[in-house]
Ligand binder design. Structure first.
Ligand code: SF4
Ligand code: SF4
Length: 418
């Protein structure tokens, strides 16, 4: 694989977490960024409790309401894929009323493997590192040898995982210890970036009481947080499609914190920490928000925007995120950050065939050739465009400022929907 890239424009890391948990409305999109669709379980005018199930996927993975209140008419909003999707809308009554079943705590010493996996599903726990993959599916394998907790947050400007590690290190360790016990996993590794000194310091403060958990440092380069690289850089192990082939589970560190809250309060995943940053906002911050809140409402109710020319909103990090023209964006579980910048990039000069996009590609494919064969689906298959992980390095490195990754995305859609 090509060498990960040192990207120099890292902000000073922000470790504080602020709160904005009082949105007037929350929006539940009926499709997620991976294209999976949900079906409604509620009707207009119905009362919904906080933690109540509002929609489910075809295989019964639920989406919960993050507020209590009434279902009002539907609305179309932008999601992290950049698509405008129909949403169920719930008007917050600000009473934070939970369903009765969610007020009873569980005794986690009585958890079996099956009840743990079932609770992960019922509480809608999914990958908070950007994947939104249901976590219960990862634990459905036998003989797990190692749990890797991925704290390698390598996207420039994004600091929500670092803030979660710094503020909740003790809770994260407790949750990992409980998972090891329930799932009979012999050990866990927490992978963190070598320059994430404050998180490292907090883990070191508590980790001595957990002999089966160790801390491993990974070079601060992009895309070292990619699951495949995390497994390689911590255990030296390669796999074909999934780490589970080798008895390894990888969970994002914020997902582990969501599991901690599930253990502690018997409550579903309804809030997450996101980073709001960029020259277009008055204050760069990490903020805990309700899932389903609108980015526009969150930012306007904090300090608001700076006056910049042609504002462009990037949902997710600057490398792997998606640029959208407005802030009318729903914060779903996969949204790690919102970056507001000025859209003054020179775009789409001719390709000079420098080969840099191929050189940097961590998936060892040839983005320039994919781009040049965009209308030939047979060639796109041969060029293995599906191996792309969407890291954005090809666009970042391109001297002609071509959005090479977008061509590869189109190629993937063509190959997969043929
Ligand atoms: S976005 Fe895809 S094609 Fe471009 S460098 Fe990353 S993995 Fe390679
Ligand atoms: S990096 Fe840009 S200019 Fe160079 S080969 Fe790739 S697409 Fe062409």
């Amino acid at each position: 694989m090509n060498k990960p890239l040192k990207i120099s424009s890292y902000d000073k890391i922000n470790y504080d977490i602020e709160m904005y948990t009082k949105p007037e409305f929350v929006y539940i999109p009926l499709e997620n960024k991976n294209g999976n669709t949900y079906k409604y379980l509620v009707k207009e005018g119905e009362y919904v409790y906080k933690g109540g199930v509002v929609a489910v996927t075809n295989d019964d993975f639920p989406v919960h309401s993050s507020v209590s209140g009434y279902v009002v008419c539907g609305s179309n909003k932008i999601i992290s894929s950049g698509k405008k999707i129909k949403c169920v809308v719930i008007q917050n009554d600000f009473k934070e009323k939970y369903e009765k079943s969610k007020l009873k705590k569980k005794d986690i010493s009585k958890y079996s493997k099956e009840s743990f996996i079932n609770d992960l599903r019922e509480n809608g726990i999914s990958g908070l590192g950007g994947a939104d993959y249901p976590t219960f599916l990862k634990y459905g394998i036998d003989n797990i040898k190692c749990l890797i907790v991925n704290g390698v947050e390598c996207e420039p400007f994004v600091s929500c995982d670092k803030a979660v590690m710094y503020n909740y290190a003790e809770c994260i360790l407790e949750a990992i210890d409980n998972i090891l016990e329930i799932m009979k996993i012999p050990r866990a590794i927490i992978a963190v970036m070598s320059n994430d000194f404050k998180s490292i310091k907090m883990f070191n403060k508590y980790i001595k009481t957990y002999p089966n958990i160790s801390l491993v440092f990974v070079d601060n380069a992009f895309p070292n947080g990619w699951e495949r690289l995390v497994v390689r850089n911590t255990l030296g192990i390669e796999y074909d499609r999934y780490p589970s082939e080798k008895g390894i589970i990888v969970n994002n560190v914020s997902t582990i914190y969501a599991i901690y809250e599930m253990f502690k309060y018997n409550r579903p995943l309804t809030e997450r920490v996101i980073t709001i940053t960029g020259p277009g906002v008055k204050k760069k911050r990490n903020v805990k928000v309700k899932i389903g809140a609108l980015a526009s409402e969150i930012i306007n109710n904090l300090d608001g925007y700076r006056d910049i020319k042609n504002p462009l909103f990037i949902v997710g990090g600057p490398m792997m995120g998606k640029s959208v023209p407005t802030d009318d964006v729903v914060i779903t579980k996969d949204v790690t950050s919102l970056l507001v910048i000025s859209d003054n990039f020179e775009k789409n000069l001719p390709c000079i065939k420098c080969g840099k996009c191929t050189y940097v590609c961590p998936s060892n494919i040839m983005p320039v050739l994919i781009m040049n064969n965009i209308d030939n689906v047979d060639n796109l298959k041969k060029l293995e465009c599906n191996k792309c992980i969407g890291c954005g390095l090809c666009s970042y490195i391109c001297p002609s400022k071509i959005e090479v990754r977008e061509f590869v995305n189109i190629a993937k859609e063509k190959v997969n929907h043929r």
